[in-house]
Design a protein around this ligand. Structure first.
Ligand SMILES: [Zn+2]
Ligand SMILES: [Zn+2]
Length: 372
């Protein structure tokens, strides 16, 4: 019998959930385990308290009794009952970790969602621009058609496990110097599922899932970018024990384009122009993802100038405005001239056409230091 407040010992609220109590206990048990603590005798005392509190608060029946009467009369060992021989800590941790393991396996045996799958698809920039559809085929562990995922041969039943009575767990009680320790383990007959399949499905061997080739048509909307992913619900692996299937994620990569570069909604292209087009101005044809576009080149356009074609870039997935198409022009100097071209250009040079108008950086520097 003890007067300690178990809730205080574990540092939890009076209305703490079972999980909160377990978490608090795990943390404290690790911290105050006499094997790791500095002050062994103090740790031992604290460790006893923690275990005593946990033993009561983790058991709903004992906890209810404790809440009503402030004490638990049956079987909860008082501080004096604890002996800490070398073996007893092992028992405590068996109980502790055994429970955790058992609980995890019991959970695993319940309905579980199937895994998500990933499928990679490379598309062309034009396809990202216009949107496209892609046929894909892949193998996955899908629900077995034969048994509808149950694992039982059609017409036969899944029956409750007789070893564990359908609970999926087996409890064993042991008497130790610490008092009675109850270990909960997954049932060895049904593996923690609580049921057995006397006649397994012939197609899947009772697993409820089997390798299935899946063919799908994936719709790629206009405006997708490199790394975009498309979720196709329910086309991942089948769930187990009646759980829902996972999803398929189609990851898109966009192949490099021979002409265009792309950054988000903006697209870029380099276009060669002639010296006369640059000097006199012209209407030129510019390639874009929407086809060729007429663009006005102003008179006196310098090489390397970037002009913008508004709304000729990529569409947006979210329906926002299209991006712009950025056209960088490069003046190409002719390497071969016929006689007439040469004569005209020489005449042009004599007329003063070979003077460079733009003042150089050095001219500007000279101006800046010229005395008044
Ligand atoms: Zn089957
Ligand atoms: Zn069982």
């Amino acid at each position: 019998m003890t007067t300690k407040d178990y809730y205080e010992v574990l540092g939890v609220a009076r209305d703490a959930s079972g999980d909160e109590i377990k978490r608090a206990y795990r943390g404290l048990a690790r911290e105050h385990h006499p094997d790791v603590a500095h002050d062994k005798s103090k740790a031992e005392h604290r460790f006893k308290e923690i275990n005593e509190a946990y033993e009561v608060l983790s058991d709903p029946r004992k906890r209810a009794q404790y809440d009503r009467f402030g004490a638990v009369g049956n079987g909860a060992p008082g501080p004096g009952d604890f002996g800490f021989g070398a073996g007893s800590f092992g028992d405590i941790f068996d109980m502790f970790f055994g429970n955790v393991r058992g609980a995890a396996q019991a959970r695993r045996a319940g309905p579980e969602r199937g895994s998500d799958l990933r499928y990679d698809v490379e598309i062309a920039l034009e396809e990202a621009f216009n949107g496209t559809t892609k046929e894909i085929a892949f193998d996955r562990l899908a629900h077995c058609d034969g048994c509808k995922g149950s694992g039982a041969k059609p017409g036969t039943m899944i029956v409750s496990c007789d070893r564990c009575g359908g609970s999926g767990t087996m409890r064993s009680a042991r008497h130790t110097p610490l008092g009675q320790i109850v270990t909960q383990m997954p049932c060895t007959r049904c593996g923690g599922q609580g049921h057995v399949i006397p006649q397994p499905c012939e197609h899947c061997g009772g697993r409820g899932r089997r390798e299935t080739e899946t063919r799908l048509t994936v719709t790629v909307p206009p405006g997708v970018d490199d790394g975009s992913r498309i979720r196709i619900a329910g086309n991942g692996e089948g769930g187990t024990h009646g759980g829902p299937p996972g999803d398929l994620y189609v990851y898109l990569t966009i192949a490099q384009h021979p002409l265009f570069k792309r950054n988000g909604r903006e697209t870029f292209v380099d276009v060669p122009i002639s010296f006369t087009q640059a000097a006199l101005g012209a209407m030129i044809e510019v390639p874009s993802l929407s086809g060729s576009v007429e663009m006005t080149l102003p008179q006196g356009t310098q090489t390397g100038t970037t002009l913008r074609l508004r709304g000729y870039g990529m569409p947006s997935l979210r329906g926002a405005q299209r991006g712009d198409h950025h056209v960088t022009v490069y003046v190409v100097v002719p390497t071969k001239l016929n006689k007439r071209q040469r004569d005209l250009l020489e005449e042009y040079a004599h007329a003063g056409g070979d003077t460079i108008e733009e003042r150089t950086f050095f001219d500007r520097v000279k101006d800046a230091f010229r005395p008044e």
